[in-house]
Every structure is written in C-alpha cells, then in structure tokens.
Ligand binder design. Structure first.
Ligand code: IVH
Length: 739
C-alpha cells in the first residue's frame, strides 16, 4: 500500500478480500465447484493475512484467516437453547413373524414398514384430513448442533446436550469451512437466525484419517459418528481444524426480525446463504408416496458421503405441526424410520491375526468379497477368541455380515457350517503357535468379564508382550521416553513419532544407535515442506540418551519396558528386591511369588516373609515379569542392552528390611555406595560384597551417597561425585573398609 492510500481504502480492500475468500470457500466446500486453484486461493489468503498483520485494528475477528483461534480452552460453557432441541421418535421394520401373525388375524399382509403406515394414520387422524403433505429426507448419522447467527454473524454454536442446555463449541465449529462465519448481507437473513443440523465426518475422509492415525500409532475410531463426537469435545481448536468435519442443515430454530414461513422458504434461504441443506428431499402427500420415497432413499443413501441410518418424515405445514403438538421429548409431527443394516452372506476364507499398537492380537475374517451398504467388504474383525467361539465361527463357513455404524464390517453369525459341529474350538494360542505373527514374541492371554450382574461373560483376549515388537513401536516409544520412564522427552513425542514414521526405529532400543548426523538430518516436516531437526538438537538428544543409558536407575528402566501389570510402583518394588535386570530375570523371589494361589499370603510363606514385599508386587506381576524376561524376546532385550553397554542398577536396593535393621554391627551398615568404572570383578559381585557387609548400593549419585567406588574410567559419575563432594574411593580402600 502506498502512503497516499487512505485507511478506509485499506479497510475496504481487506473486507473485499475476506468476502472473496468466503465466496471461494463456499464454492469449494459447499458447492464442490471451485473456480480458482488452491494456489490462487493461498495467494489471496496470504495477502489478507499480511494486511491484517500490518493493520491489526482493521482485522475482522470473523475473517477467513481467523477460523482457527488462538489458545486451547479450559472447558465448555453451557448455554440454554432458545427453543428446546427435541428428540425424534423412531420407527422400525417389523419382523416376518409379526407380518405373518397380522396377516392371519386380519387377512391382510402389512408391509415391513408397518410402523410408517401407523404413523401416517396418526397424522391423518390428528389433522382430520386424508392428505398430509410431508417431506422425506436422510437421517444423518452425525452430531446435532445449533448455529445461532445474530446481525449476520455466527454468535455461537452449541451441542444438543440434554435438549435444553448444551455445550458452547463455537471455537471448534468455526474451524469447519463449510459453515459461514459472516452471512451474505444480500441474502436477506433475519436479524436472529438459528440453523440446526448435523456435524459429521465424510466417509472417505474418515477412512483416510483412521488409516493415518493407525500408521502414526494413534488409536482409531470405531465409526464416523464417534470420531465426530470425540473431535467436537477437543479443547484445542487447532486439533479440531486438522479433522475433516462438515455440516448439513436440517432444521430451523429461533427466528427474530424476519420471517421464514415454510420449509421451502427455509431451503431457499439456505441456498442464498451458502449453507448446505439436507438432500435428497422428497415431498409426499399420500401414504404410498411416503413409502415410495422411503424405499427410494434406501437405494440412494449409500452413495451419499455421510452415514445415514434412516429416513426422517416431517409434516410440512407449520400450523399443522402446532396442531399435532409434542410429547414430552419429541414432536408428534415427525418420525425417523430406521433402516435395518444391510446384511449379506459370504464365505469365511481364512482367519488372520493383526497386531494392534498396544499389542492386542485381533483375529480378522478374510472374506470372499461382497458388496454391503455400498462398498466391497473383504475383511471383518472377529474381535477376540471368545467372540469366535461364542459364534462358533470356523474357516470355510458361510457367515452373515453387516456394517456397524454403516461403515465398519462385522460378522453377525454363521449361516452354514462347512464342517457341521466338528467340536473343534478356535484357540488363538494354537493358531499362532504361541508367538506374535509380527515379531514372534511371547503372547499372553487375558481374561476380562463384561455384561451386567448375573449375565457376566468372560472375554478372552491375547496380547503380544514383546517390548521390541515392531507393530507396537510407536506406543512403546511413548512410554519409553516419557517422564516417568527414561525421561528422554527432550526428544519430544514429535521426534519420536517421526523416527518411527521414517523407519529409523523398529524398537525403542534402536534409539541408542542412531548416528548423530542421521538425527540432524531427520525431516520433521513433509516431503514438500521439509524441516530438519538440525545439529544442535541432534547433539542434545545424543547427550540425553547417553545420560539415560548411564544414569537412569533400574526402576525407571523396568517401567520403561511396559511389562504387563508392571506399573510405576511395582517397578520400584522390583528394584528394591533386585540389583539389576539379570537378577530379575533369574529371580528366585519372583519364582516363589508366582506359585502363590489366590488367598495365599506372602507373610505366611517362609521364603517370602523376610522380604516384606509390598502389595504392588503379587503373583500376577511376578508371572508376567518372569514370562517376559525368560522368553526369547526378553532374552533378546537383555542381550541388546548388554551390547549397548546399558546395565541399569537399583537405587533403592534393600531386599530384607528386617535384616538391614539387625545389621547395625556390620562394617558398612547404613552406608550407601555407587559403583562406577571397570573394576577387578563384575559390578554385581562387588555390590554383593557391600550388601553382605550391611551397605546399600544404588545406581546414581546424590547427596545421600556416602562413597563412590571408582575403577578405571567412570567419567560422569566421578564428575558428579566431585561436584557433590561425595568421597571417591578405589577398590583397595573398599576392601579395607570391608575388613
Ligand atoms: S429433524 C424435532 N432431521 O436426529 C425434530 N433430525 O432429531 C428435529 N437428525 O439429534 C430433528 N438427521 O440432530 C432431523 N434430517 C434430519 C436429521 C435429524 C439427523 C438428528 C437430530 C437429532 C436426532 C433426533
């Protein structure tokens, strides 16, 4: 802008740019008919951003550049809806048996949609007319939302909540580009306009997002509806902006300072405002036309880009609506017919097993391809061993499948058995020969009960418990570097994720072997838009990981391995009872503990009593710890650590508290030692001598350390001891103290 440009010119220019951008938003997101390229759009966007940066006072808070607001919020405020957001009564298909029974009684066979017939009759009776004009439209499987515009601007957006009060989710809704923040003044909207509709995630975008999440080791969503609901609950609009949400209007709420006299007038207004309306839409004036429309919609709905589970039938005339009135929760002038999910038969060709990011082993049905609810289905989850056995599913059987939430396929039941009751039950353990299909690690069976009292059922699931399983690397990494574990968070979860994504890490221990230059060249951005980690950060990571390797005590390392059942406190207790990982792997304490039955008390066991083992460590912890370290996979972890020169030591070793108290007359009683550098014997042996003499050995130096026993080398501990003025002694001096 030149100096002579007046401020009103600038303001006008900014308003024009904003309007232009919103216009193109609408063409792109609502009409799906863009007129300019992404690049041209970006240029306009940048131009407006620049002007707003230069003239912040002129910047419109509802500018297209400000859809994603600043900081995350702490929680959602509540708001009372100006008019309650009602529910809608459901109508269902009736069963063949019911149709038979009615036919027998009345001599007439009703259609499957008999409940629609009854509903329409109620309308006719209530209004006293033969023809009742209604609309038929898809029931969108999304999350209901109310958008309130005042003076042409989006004042707030709220969820349905309990129908009377909902959560204010404006900052999340503003990120949805198909929802205008400013209404076109030419469109003639009333002063106050409440548009109601559904926020949803388009099917294709949902599938893509789930795939991406899965690859990144993030949990996936069961269906688009859950994913939408979960997204709208996020407190950080920047996260919401990354998710592909969309909006369709299906109803009118509060209107002030203007009039919207009919459904048609409302739809015309939505068109003028560029708000997507619910389509396809049928008008019907007779019962037969209603049934035709409902059936036609069933044919068409799978081609829509969102999930639908029904047809909403609404009386058109406002006066008729009022005459029919409301029940306490729903209008009498509307109903939703629920389509039963489409079910198809197909052959179960094979069962394969998938390893999830948490190690859960999920059996998957490999199916002969079949078209269900608009897409070809080739695979369906079988959930777990119990699911397979309860439904008696076997390879070769003909099974009935449907899509849950109209999108995720599932096996409902067996229609025809290949081998009629062979009596053989599916066993995940036998099927996999006891090994994870990805890493050959040990698998573990877990039992959970679900269901209500009296009707509980046991569900058997299986997990790969190998710390090094590549399928689990992302989630394992998260625990490994976390503050409560090795605290290498300095590398940050983004770096960790990128290391996995770029294939530099197959298991968490690989982190210790990535060369510094490779780290420096790690691309944290995208291929088109690279952003390197850089030398300085790489050097910092190398430093942090070395410190973790040398100084993190045993308890943190145990916890870092994410062994089943072994949480933070169990890790500390294991570290109190053992000096290092080898000792744990060969632990007689744990072996004894493992044999306890429910009801057996540790205090009553002669071998265990002296250890005064805390409640966090019981038979289950003992078993899963030993199972892990004694498995091939666990042995590999120990070997790998040895190769890396990592040998974490306990910093709270005090196995027999009773004995320690009685050891007052021993030469090293009450003294704490740390051992470093290379000595004449393995550290274990030297540590054993110290503890035998009543002393304690820990893994890292603190001001509570009494002596550092140092051999050759041992640089960082030596430095720290000097800094903290902890006396440094050599082996000979130790020997003389031992006497
Ligand atoms: S009309 C008073 N139309 O279903 C009836 N609702 O209504 C007002 N829904 O959570 C609702 N698609 O958000 C209507 N085409 C549609 C709909 C629809 C989905 C949702 C609605 C509410 C539930 C019950």
């Amino acid at each position: 802008m030149s100096d002579s440009t007046s401020s009103s010119d600038i303001q006008a220019e900014m308003a024009k740019l904003a309007a232009e951008l919103e216009h193109h938003n609408r063409l792109y997101y609502v009409d799906a008919e863009p007129e300019i390229s992404d690049k041209e759009y970006d240029e306009l966007f940048r131009k407006l951003e620049e002007l707003e940066a230069e003239y912040p006072l002129f910047a419109d808070p509802d500018s297209p550049t400000k859809r994603v607001g600043g900081e995350p919020i702490e929680g959602f405020e509540q708001i009372r809806h100006p008019l309650p957001m009602l529910s809608i009564d459901d109508l269902f298909e009736i069963s063949e048996e019911d149709r038979d029974a009615i036919e027998k009684k009345t001599g007439e066979r009703p259609p499957k949609e008999k409940e629609i017939v009854d509903f329409y009759k109620r309308l006719q009776k209530g209004l006293g007319t033969e023809t009742v004009p209604v609309t038929i439209e898809p029931k969108i499987d999304g999350v209901a939302v109310s958008l309130v515009y005042r003076g042409g601007r989006l004042e707030y957006a709220a969820t349905r909540g309990d129908g009377n009060t909902g959560d204010v989710i404006t900052s999340n809704v503003r990120t949805i580009k198909s929802i205008p923040l400013i209404l076109d003044p030419e469109a003639g909207a009333p002063e106050v306009l409440e548009v109601r509709g559904e926020i949803f995630m388009p099917n294709e975008a949902f599938v893509k997002m789930n795939e991406e999440r899965d690859e990144a080791g993030l949990p996936t969503f069961a269906n688009p509806r859950n994913s939408t609901a979960g997204t709208l609950k996020l407190l950080d609009p920047r996260e919401v902006a990354k998710r592909p949400l969309d909006f369709i209007a299906h109803g009118l709420g509060l209107v002030e300072g203007g009039e919207v006299g009919s459904v048609t007038a409302f739809h015309d207004l939505l068109d003028r405002l560029g708000i997507r309306k619910n389509e396809p839409l049928w008008r019907a004036e007779t019962l037969n036309d209603v049934l035709d429309a409902v059936r036609e919609l069933d044919e068409k709905r799978h081609a829509l880009d969102y999930g639908t589970d029904g047809a909403v039938i609404k009386v058109i005339d406002r006066a008729d609506q009022e005459r029919l009135g409301y029940t306490s929760r729903a209008p009498r002038w509307a109903a939703a017919f629920k389509y039963p999910p489409e079910q198809k038969e197909t052959t179960l060709e094979d069962i394969t097993v998938q390893v999830g990011r948490t190690g859960k082993l999920t059996p998957v049905a490999e199916l002969a391809p079949v078209l269900v609810s608009g897409t070809t289905v080739r695979r369906a989850t079988l959930h777990n061993e119990s699911f397979i056995n309860e439904r008696d599913v076997a390879i070769g059987d003909t099974v009935l499948i449907q899509k849950a939430g109209e999108i995720i396929p599932e096996v409902i039941r067996v229609v025809k058995k290949k081998v009629p009751d062979s009596g053989v039950r599916f066993s995940m353990h036998d099927y996999l020969d006891g090994a994870c299909p990805v890493c050959s690690g040990p698998i573990e069976q877990r039992e959970t009960t679900s269901g209500s009292k009296g009707e509980e059922r046991t569900i058997i699931t299986h997990f790969c418990v190998n710390f090094e399983c590549p399928a689990q690397v992302a989630s394992r990494m998260r625990q490994f570097v976390s503050r409560k574990a090795l605290d290498i968070e300095g590398i940050g979860s983004i770096v960790a994720e990128k290391l996995v994504e770029r294939g530099l890490i197959k298991t968490p221990l690989d982190l210790f072997e990535i060369p510094e230059e490779r780290l420096a060249n790690l691309n944290l951005g995208t291929d088109e838009n690279p952003r390197m980690l850089g030398e300085k950060n790489a050097a910092k990571i190398v430093q942090t990981r070395e410190r973790a390797a040398k100084e993190k005590p045993l308890a943190k390392w145990i916890f870092a391995m994410g062994i089943t059942q072994v949480g933070e406190s169990a890790s500390r207790e294991l570290s109190r009872l053992h000096r290092n990982l080898r000792e744990i792997a060969e632990s007689e304490i744990l072996a004894e503990l493992r044999t306890l039955k429910t009801g057996d008390r540790k205090e009553d066991n002669e071998k265990l009593a002296p250890y005064e083992i805390a409640s966090e460590v019981g038979p289950a912890v003992a078993k899963s710890t030993l199972d892990f370290f004694q498995s091939e996979a666990g042995q590999h972890v120990l070997e790998r650590l040895a190769e890396l020169g990592i040998d974490p030591q306990s910093d709270n070793y005090a196995p027999k508290p009773a004995e320690a108290a009685a050891s007052g007359d021993k030469p090293l009683a009450g003294k704490t030692f740390v051992i470093t550098g290379s000595l004449s014997a393995p550290r274990d042996e030297i540590a054993a001598k110290i503890t035998a003499a009543g002393g304690k050995v820990t893994g890292s130096i603190s001001k509570n350390t009494d002596y550092l026993v140092a051999g050759e080398g041992g640089g960082s501990k030596r430095d720290k001891a000097e800094k903290l003025e902890v006396p440094i002694i050599n082996e000979e001096e130790l020997e003389s103290m031992l006497g």
